[in-house]
Design a protein around this ligand. Structure first.
Ligand SMILES: C[S@@+](CC[C@H](N)C(=O)[O-])C[C@H]1O[C@@H](n2cnc3c(N)ncnc32)[C@H](O)[C@@H]1O
Length: 431
């Protein structure tokens, strides 16, 4: 495959640097073709070997940096570029924030949004650059090695530390490494979650395990770990220690969220606290404001909104999270302010078209809202939280087309060192 020189323009959605070919090694006609090169930065001139040739663009592997960016730094992690977890450790933290801001702006421009929308984009709210993650998923390979998947592959990169995971997770990693051989062929992935008390581990097997296998795994786990749940085909088949995590929803720690280990909870708690504060501020909650919280989980947003005085209806499809949301409301003395419904958002919206609220809050999974935008009930304000830039841009168009006026777009760096970003957007009804 030919070697090309590329002037990198910007970092694209997904984290690859993107630019045009300015020189080529052989007679092939590649000059001017858009080329994606991982681990590069805006403003760099690099040489790369072409790995894939498509009609409209090339993919290439970095060989040499001819003119480095001033944002280029030495990555903290020895596994960077091999492990598929992070894409941006070669950029300074400010360089990452700039790249993410430009990434969002570029995606809005590419989708033909005008200055009226782009001017609403605020600077990215910062994270701790490293050691911020409170939950990680590891995989166990056929040799019993424990680690992360390589990018675009099922091959496991064995790790002994993770620069983005918090201290508690890093302390438990050597123990999981020792446990690997006893999990071999039976447990395929390991979820580690932490709260202020410590780590909780979920061992996941894709197979129906015999009682002897369950005993063998749990006996081995007991030698190294304090809190373990074993899931076989998604069923809890045994364990010991804690299965519930408790996380503060405010800085005074006067409002706490309990979540079951293994269900959804936010990965970057410091940034989650900043997000919660912003949601309550943007929603401008006064006593009695009626809020519909769609995709409510265990009440991450519902509880602070109810504590601020809102009357909240929370809709969530995961029955375990619905139960925890109800219990959280009871425990926090907010049962009268929070109605929790177990339902898919799609079904809830179909059945409640005539309802109206003051504020709608929607925090869907990566796939976003899509057709649900058309079914949203009437309200004065919509707060939309997205964890995926491409579905955000699609949903933004649909939301604006349905008569909502964009007030603000605030990105939160929930996933520092990666190309992912959490985006809060707020809308009011057009008069
Ligand atoms: C991104 S999480 C947000 C949860 C919560 N807002 C939080 O911050 O912890 C999305 C949630 O939506 C739930 N969910 C996914 N698809 C759903 C659907 N179609 N209807 C209702 N809830 C759904 C998931 O179980 C998950 O709890």
């Amino acid at each position: 495959m030919p070697i090309v020189t590329v002037n990198i323009r910007n970092v694209a959605f997904g984290g690859d640097g993107v630019g045009e070919v300015t020189e080529q090694s052989d007679g092939s006609d590649l000059l001017g073709i858009t080329t994606f090169v991982p681990f590069t930065a805006a403003g760099e001139v690099i040489s790369a070997r072409v790995t894939e040739r498509k009609k409209q663009y090339l993919r290439a592997k970095l060989i040499d940096i001819l003119e480095p960016s001033s944002s280029r730094v030495t990555p903290e992690c020895e596994y960077f570029e091999n492990c598929g977890g992070c894409e941006l450790q070669h950029l300074s933290y400010q360089g990452q924030l700039d790249a993410k801001f430009e990434m969002i702006k570029g995606s809005l421009r590419a989708a033909k949004f005008g200055l009226d929308t782009i001017s609403k984009l605020k600077p990215v709210v910062q994270s701790e650059p490293y050691q911020y993650r409170r939950r990680i998923t590891l995989h166990v390979n056929a040799a019993g090695h424990v680690g992360f998947y390589q990018a675009n592959s099922r091959s496991v990169v064995s790790i002994e530390s993770c620069a983005v995971a918090n201290k508690e997770i890093n302390e438990i990693l050597p123990k999981l490494k020792l446990l690997g051989q006893s999990l071999l062929g039976r447990v395929s992935s390991i979820l580690v979650e932490t709260d202020e008390v410590g780590p909780v581990v979920i061992l996941k097997s894709p197979y129906a395990l015999t009682s002897t296998e369950i005993n063998t795994i749990l006996t081995a786990a007991k030698k190294h770990l304090k809190n373990v749940t074993l899931l076989a085909c998604d069923k809890d088949v045994g364990g010991f220690g804690r299965k519930i995590l408790e996380l503060p929803l405010n800085r005074q720690k006067t409002l706490n969220l309990q979540v079951p280990a293994g269900s959804f909870s936010q990965v970057n708690w410091e940034v989650n606290l900043k997000l919660l504060e912003k949601v309550v501020e943007v929603a401008n909650i006064k006593a009695g404001v009626r809020v519909l919280d769609l995709f409510s989980g265990a009440g991450n947003f519902s509880l602070p909104l109810a504590r601020a005085g809102a009357e909240v209806v929370a809709v969530e499809s995961d029955s375990r999270l619905v139960g925890f949301c109800r219990e959280n409301a009871n425990r926090c003395g907010l049962a009268k302010k929070l109605t929790t419904l177990e339902s898919s958002v799609e079904n809830y919206l179909q059945a409640n078209k005539a309802k109206s609220f003051d504020v709608l809050l929607a925090d869907p999974p990566r796939s976003g809202l899509g057709a649900m935008v058309r079914e949203l009930p009437s309200a004065g304000q919509l707060i939309f939280i997205s964890c995926q830039l491409s579905s955000f841009v699609r949903d933004l168009r649909m939301i604006q087309d349905r008569g909502w006026r964009l007030e603000t777009i605030i990105p939160f760096d929930m996933f520092a060192q990666t190309s992912y970003i959490e985006i809060l957007s707020s809308f009011v009804r057009n008069e």
